[in-house]
Ligand binder design. Sequence first.
Ligand SMILES: *Cc1c(COP(=O)(O)O)cnc(C)c1O
Length: 472
Amino acid sequence: MNQELKNDLLHIDDLLEAVKLQGLDFLDKLPNRPTTSKQINISQENLNTQGIGGLNALQSFNEKLEKIINSSTGPRYWGFVTGGATPASIMGDWLAGIYDQNTQASSGQGDLSAIIELETINLLLDLFNLPKYFLGGFVSGATMSNFTCLAVARQWFGKQFGFDFAKEGVTKKIKILAATPHSSTIKSLSMLGIGSNTIEKLKIMRGNRESIDIDYLKQKITELNGEPFILVTSGGTVNTVDFDDFEAIAKLKNEHNFWWHIDAAFGAFAACSPKYQHLLKGWEHADSITVDCHKWLNVPYENAFFLVKEEHKMLQTETFQNSNAPYLGNPLDNFSYLNFLPENSRRLKALPVWFSLKAYGKKGYREIVENAVETANYFGLFIENSEHFELLAPVRLNTVCFTLTGEENQSKVNDFLTGLNDTGKVFMTPTVYNEKKGIRAAFVNWRTTKLDIDIAIEEMTKLIVKKHINTN
Ligand SMILES: *Cc1c(COP(=O)(O)O)cnc(C)c1O
């Protein structure tokens, strides 16, 4: 065995202890760590022939690279939709690395860690009050979840015309409808050979909404005259967290032939609170659902899952089967994720989720969700009452979409946001909504409190003065 490896194995307790202490120090100081990273140059250094061992590698990392680690897992990183990591999820994540399972199968011999994954999916279905007729699995993020679901939808569409797209390729133009799809859906369509341009935009409801105008959808369905299609819907749009009317869509699904997909990457968590679960009413009738875990579930990246109705198991296997490797056997004989999702070899992603669900339960997640909505409302109220800022849409759940007051300040929005993020105290991301430049603050981190909002408000107020922004 290599001397450095041998040495590290001998002192693994020192190595892990050093990492534990460094991790604890990071977490202790997290609220004060900048939300933005310092830019550094990428080293052009070549790799040494002789290794330096784990402890020296840690020291080298700390000298050169540690400074670019920001506090995106902390309480004031509100850009995109960025979750943190609960203590128990970190426990599960560490162990997932140590156990280093290749999670594929739930029966046979060898690695059976997929049993943990199936069990975790069951817990999640319970958390979301969803029926057990969904088959679920973990992927790296909501993008890959949308990809997985839409890949099965693609196979379904082909079958309506007697084609096997998985085998023959996409030989027919696919009909796909959506109102306000997330960018990752568009990306998935391009990756799937469906084509991102093929998506037909549905009319949205009037009155500052982003959801499908159901009357328009009905009219569209009538025009299609029985032609099958794929409908992509939103359980929480990123700008204004608008939900499509799932109850109405479920009714249409009963009467018409279409594949119904819901991207509920973060909006799914509305199900954790009796106050907000009405937003998802009827969603259990969808064919497939996307949910992210590294957002509102607050587990470390990369973690998301897909749900596809079990009745589509055959379509899913046709799409993802890996059985061209003969030693793996018939895909339907023994359940293996190998035949149900894009990746083959994969980490035990379920473990951080399992730990966090067990540790905090339904009540814990209900409180995480309700706290995030309360902090969003608190921040929204500040925006609403401020002469300097205005809401671009009502705060519907956990996101505040706003801008500087006054048409004349539209040109200053990006500069203001850059200045705000430069403070390192808070991080938000730019957007465009209703043709207006805006700023988004999304609340999903379990650590965020009203005190964090107050810190951000203070910085925003100072910056208005500093930048001489006149909003009267
Ligand atoms: C974040 C998000 C995605 C993409 O998720 P990743 O985890 O970044 O791949 C897709 N849809 C919605 C609605 C999202 O909020």
